[in-house]
Design a protein around this ligand. Structure first.
Ligand code: ZN
Length: 244
């Protein structure tokens, strides 16, 4: 079984479709979604419809998806994120809003093989940036492999014995060793923040026990034009091209 792993899509249909085409070329069987399907981007309804069409094996909600409950969910957001949240809330079709409200909170086990969450297995809203955060997260993870999102930074933490390492997966993918635990962020489909503006996704091959992280170019300008036309905040438009 090959799992397509997508996270932080953020209503960016150009980025999502590019990832889906690239992943189809490589081949996958099922999809898991790590949350933040909407927020920031100009196409929340289209992206939700696309995700529904993928019939995900598992999905968890992200903090931006909770906007569907009401704008008070944007309390901790900065000015631009809050403005985008209000825009998103106004743009959601009733059925899409209903779908978002019904999204489950992580962590969620997938086929008994691995675990997915938005922020961390302890708290869906927590950011896992460094080894200290990763150690805490892996301390409660139920499986040797835990996939998370939220930071929009693609990376792989490996805990082997007491040694925590940050790995760079090779082109052909990273073989997971039996005696280690892994915390993997596939990166963000719709708003990368790791200085690489290309859309990010991952494929986990359960038989080979191997994870591969991919980056693909997508038509960023098209997404930016739509955001400008929608009146979404300028800093959010600019950051797409910077990947920050
Ligand atoms: Zn996000």
């Amino acid at each position: 079984m090959r799992y397509l792993v997508i996270s932080d899509l953020h209503a960016n249909i150009e980025a999502l479709d590019t990832c889906l085409q690239d992943a189809a070329r490589r081949g996958y069987d099922r999809t898991v979604v790590l949350g933040d399907v909407v927020g920031y981007g100009p196409d929340p309804n289209a992206v939700v419809e696309r995700v529904i069409g993928l019939q995900p094996a598992a999905i968890v909600r992200g903090n931006h998806d909770k906007i569907a409950f009401g704008i008070d969910q944007a309390e901790g957001f900065n000015v631009a994120a809050r403005a985008a949240a209000q825009w998103t809330l106004d743009a959601l079709s009733p059925s899409v809003r209903e779908w978002l409200v019904a999204l489950p909170q992580g962590p969620t086990m997938v086929d008994g093989l691995f675990e997915i969450c938005h922020g961390s297995p302890t708290d869906e809203d927590e950011y896992v940036f460094d080894e200290i955060d990763a150690r805490r997260a892996l301390g409660v993870a139920q499986r040797p492999l835990c996939l998370f999102g939220h930071t929009h930074v693609a990376l792989v933490f490996q805990l082997q014995g007491r040694t925590m390492g940050l790995l760079t997966p090779p082109e052909e993918g990273l073989p997971l060793t039996e005696d280690a635990k892994y915390l993997v962020n596939p990166g963000s489909v719709g708003q990368p923040r790791d200085a690489d503006p290309r859309a990010a996704y991952a494929i986990f091959d359960a038989e080979a026990n191997r994870i591969s992280l991919y980056r693909v170019d997508y038509p960023i300008e098209r997404t930016q034009e739509k955001m400008a036309a929608a009146g979404l905040p300028e800093p959010l438009i600019r950051r797409l091209a910077a990947g920050r």
